[in-house]
Design a protein around this ligand. Structure first.
Ligand code: B1M
Length: 211
């Protein structure tokens, strides 16, 4: 089995003790960090599909997520290669009611490595907590909301509305997450939408250029 397939198997089966070693072996065998990331993201898609078909349940999804997080730690130095420029503060979090954080963490990691000073609020963040953090950091340049559930899309909308209506500072609002589309982002008044972590960096930089 190829090393990348082994990585996929480690995520799929939630092998939390072994995954770091296998990811390191894949790197040593010449796979690049982006390929390994893509393999893990693909596998999480498969895990979600298996959950939708009732073939696996929440505990299996959770252990797969834990394995992916441990695998990500190994490739983080390569993915987040660092940047010389200082782009300002970015507040990021997953909206209220939503516990998914792998995508948000990836976005935070990439945005940080591009030169932003990232304040990561974690998951299940109430609107008021976001607003308090914005008030504590009036020099924030980008406020980024992640949402992974269709049921938390209203919380995404409420978070965007509250951020846009709070009379503090001068910042742009970025949104993303699996159920979010460009159209929805426009509809709820976000300044920018990104489909994945790589494009989140591009969009965040475009947004601050327009401040
Ligand atoms: Co959940 N879950 N989950 N889950 N889970 C999904 C999202 C789901 C699609 C699975 C499915 O049914 N096929 C489904 C949502 C369906 C829907 O809303 N229509 C679902 C469900 C139903 C649930 C529960 C309700 C299950 C239950 O309890 N019955 C429950 C909800 C809990 C809650 O949040 N309140 C639940 C729980 C969980 C776990 C806790 C077990 C675990 C999360 C653990 C964790 O994150 N620490 C989990 C997991 C792992 C998944 C799947 C399998 C994988 C998510 C993931 O990490 N993907 C997921 C299925 C899937 O995604 N296909 C699923 C990898 C990650 C890299 O991708 O997060 O999409 P993603 O991030 C991407 C982009 O979306 C984007 O960039 C990233 C890639 O570069 N992005 C942004 C994300 N945020 C961004 C922000 C940006 C820009 C881009 O700017 C700010």
């Amino acid at each position: 089995m190829s090393k990348l397939n082994e990585v996929k198997e480690m995520v799929q089966k939630g092998r939390t003790k072994k995954i770091a070693g296998v990811v390191q072996e894949a790197l040593d065998a010449g796979a690049d960090a982006q390929e390994i990331l893509d393999a893990m993201v693909d596998t999480m898609g498969d895990v979600g599909d298996a959950f939708s078909r009732d073939e696996i349940f929440v505990p299996e999804m959770l252990i797969a997520a834990k394995a992916m997080k441990l695998g990500l730690e190994v490739i983080e130095p390569q993915l987040a290669s660092g940047a010389g420029e200082k782009l300002g503060k970015c507040i990021i979090g997953t909206v209220e009611g939503d516990l998914h954080d792998i995508g948000k963490n990836l976005v935070a990691m990439m945005i940080k490595s591009s030169g932003f000073d990232v304040i990561d609020m974690g998951v299940d963040v109430p609107v008021d907590t976001f607003i308090e953090k914005i008030k504590e950091n009036p020099d924030v340049k980008v406020v980024a909301f992640s949402g992974l559930l269709t049921t938390t899309m209203p919380a995404l909308k409420a978070s965007v509305e509250a951020a846009k209506n709070c009379d503090v500072g001068n910042f742009k609002v970025l949104v993303g997450g699996a159920p979010v589309t460009e159209e929805y982002a426009d509809e709820i008044g976000a300044d920018g939408y990104a489909q994945d972590a790589g494009s989140a960096v591009t969009v965040a930089k475009e947004l601050i250029a327009s401040l």
